[in-house]
Ligand binder design. Sequence first.
Ligand code: NA7
Length: 318
Amino acid sequence: RPVVTRPEAQVIDMTSRSNTLADREIVPSEQTFGFLGLGMMGSTIVKDLIYTGHKVVVWNRTIDKCQPFAEAGAEVKDTPMDVVEAADIIFCCVSDPKGAKDLVFGNCGVLQLKDLNNKAYVEMSTIDPDTSLDIGEGIKQCNGRYLEAQIHGSRQEAADGMLIILAGGDRSVFEECHSCFKTIAKNTFFLGTDIGNACKVNLILQTILGVSLVGLAEALALADRFSISLNDIIDILDLTSMKSTMLLAKGKEMAKGDFNPQQPLSHMQRDLRLVLNMAENLDQSMPVTSITNEVFKHTKRLGYSEHDSSAVFVRSRF
Ligand code: NA7
């Protein structure tokens, strides 16, 4: 069993700006944007929203994380409900479907307000279509408008303003979020008014990513057993038609043993679990994804939850 060192806690540098923002003409919306969840993704997004002149109100479960944002000009609130009262459009970006539901339906949650008075709620946490339908229904029943806006990309892509946004639901909310999406994403897709579609597309993309990572890890582990240089394999891969930015970047991380979390392994395994639940409901057979999920689950058990998904390589080397 390998000795595992936890990755260093990442600190948001409020002074560093994504280079791409300087090239984008962003006219900030006049509306007030609420933000629930200041994890790595949430923090990075809020930092850029403040930088581009958006009016922001924030809340995070661990209150200390709000401090740098207060100093940068954001208003800090005590509960999600307080954020909803103070904002026109509220974004949520937390770890998983349970957290996302807690913030809407739980104590001091969004729906404690009863009448949302046409305010908009935008779900950015990675969730499954059923959770999105439940949240959307709850918001609509309280006179709110709902948009699922799934974010596809790594923490670095978020920092570079290069995410891809996959949105679905209320079109008017999508349009009102234009200046925010332009700040954080290189591409934004509206996938229709049906709630759940954007979640499905996001999880389908995550399936491709997860399965590819496990394939890459196993192949590199075999090379390692033959004492073939992993860097040579990656250099050769770069010359083939199989090359992709993702395979090359993750291959280099595996070769270096650098698992700085760009997309935490626990998030990847959560996504595969959500995919398999969706497939189960459809009787869709996904044997490779099932095994991929087991591989990530096992790597989690080895202590690599908070590392990057590329840490799946460690398990393959056993
Ligand atoms: P992080 O950095 O792991 O942060 C997770 C955030 O979610 C953080 O703010 C947590 O608060 C918050 N969280 C988790 N569970 C809850 C519950 N139950 N209630 C309230 N808040 C909660 O994740 P990322 O920022 O990288 O990713 C966030 C999402 O974006 C994720 O779905 C990705 O797939 C896309 P804490 O600070 O621990 O108090």
